[in-house]
Design a binder for this molecule. Structure first.
Ligand SMILES: Nc1ncnc2c1ncn2[C@@H]1O[C@H](COP(=O)(O)OP(=O)(O)OP(=O)(O)O)[C@@H](O)[C@H]1O
Ligand SMILES: [Mg+2]
Length: 275
């Protein structure tokens, strides 16, 4: 497993980097534009995301990070008057092709939001199984329980909840609820996991456990994480993309982006001159 960076300050030069994950593109956004009515929120972004890697997206508030993510899993189109153009290739197939069902394709594209969003009236077990129910009504109870256990284990939550799977999800702490949401997203075995500021509402200990989880999932599932915390991006990502005003300014190996960015706007942002 790759060693993670301890923080921005001790980011090592790219030449010291351990071998990268296999260079296969899992997801490719091509000339992606997105609008909310007349508001042009994402401007012709082309961005490849490698299989098994962790890509961080950073940039000031309102620069289009969440909108971009929501285009990658076909959620943007659920907003009234919203529009997308361009292509999003998941393992080479455009998820916007006619004939691709948005609900079916989202099974491969798990999403976790800033605030934990467990279903409040459901048990811990049913929360994890919720995605499966929608996807496949024929699944047996035994299969479901096995998938729930595996997803909770991958989300590093199993030991904390295995004796109270029927308790309400609301009985969990904020950090546990967020790991529950990650387990719910993992239950359908997605090819890509999108995390939109997953630790923004968490205390430091819970943040650490989610970061640890991301490190453990690296290599198993492709992850794209939006974060305002540059230390976090440096700690957990292989590559970082910097967005500004709807544009992708640059994308580079994380340590390169934080130590020798190629664009002066990136440098200004990471040194705290704006944002
Ligand atoms: N539902 C919406 N209707 C209209 N405009 C929207 C909507 N959601 C976002 N926008 C606009 O689209 C642009 C991009 O917003 P987005 O939420 O993607 O930014 P962001 O980079 O995720 O910001 P933050 O860091 O604050 O979460 C902004 O100008 C925002 O005001
Ligand atoms: Mg956002």
């Amino acid at each position: 497993m790759r060693r993670q960076l301890a923080g921005v300050a001790d980011a090592r030069p790219a030449s010291d980097a351990p071998a990268a994950a296999p260079e296969r593109t899992r997801l490719l956004a091509e000339s992606l534009d997105a609008w909310f009515g007349p508001i042009h929120a994402v401007h012709g972004i082309t961005l490849p995301v490698l299989e098994g890697g962790v890509m961080a997206i950073i940039g000031p508030s309102g620069c289009g990070k969440s909108t971009f993510l929501r285009c990658l899993n076909r959620m943007h189109e659920t907003v009234p008057n919203a529009r997308v153009s361009g292509r999003v290739l998941l393992d080479g197939r455009d998820i916007y092709d006619r004939g691709v069902n948005a609900i079916a394709v989202r099974k491969h594209l798990g999403m976790v939001f800033q605030r934990p969003t467990p279903f409040p009236t459901m048990s811990i077990r049913d929360n994890v199984a919720a995605g499966l129910r929608v996807m496949d009504a024929r699944i047996s109870r035994r299969e479901r329980d096995a998938i729930v256990e595996r997803a909770l284990t991958r989300a590093a939550l199993w030991d904390e909840v295995k004796d109270r799977l029927d308790a309400s999800a609301l009985a969990l702490s904020g950090g546990q609820q967020q790991r529950l949401c990650i387990a719910r997203a993992l239950a359908t075995s997605p090819r890509v996991l999108f995390l939109d500021e997953p630790t923004a509402s968490l205390d430091p200990a819970s943040t650490q456990s989610v970061e640890q989880l991301v490190r453990e999932l690296r290599g198993e599932v492709t992850i794209i994480i939006v974060t305002h915390n540059m230390q976090q991006a440096a700690r957990i990502s292989d590559r970082t993309a910097f967005f500004l005003s709807g544009d992708l300014v640059e994308m580079a190996p994380t340590q390169t982006l934080f130590t020798s960015p190629s664009d002066p706007r990136t440098e200004a942002y990471i040194t705290g001159r704006f944002g």
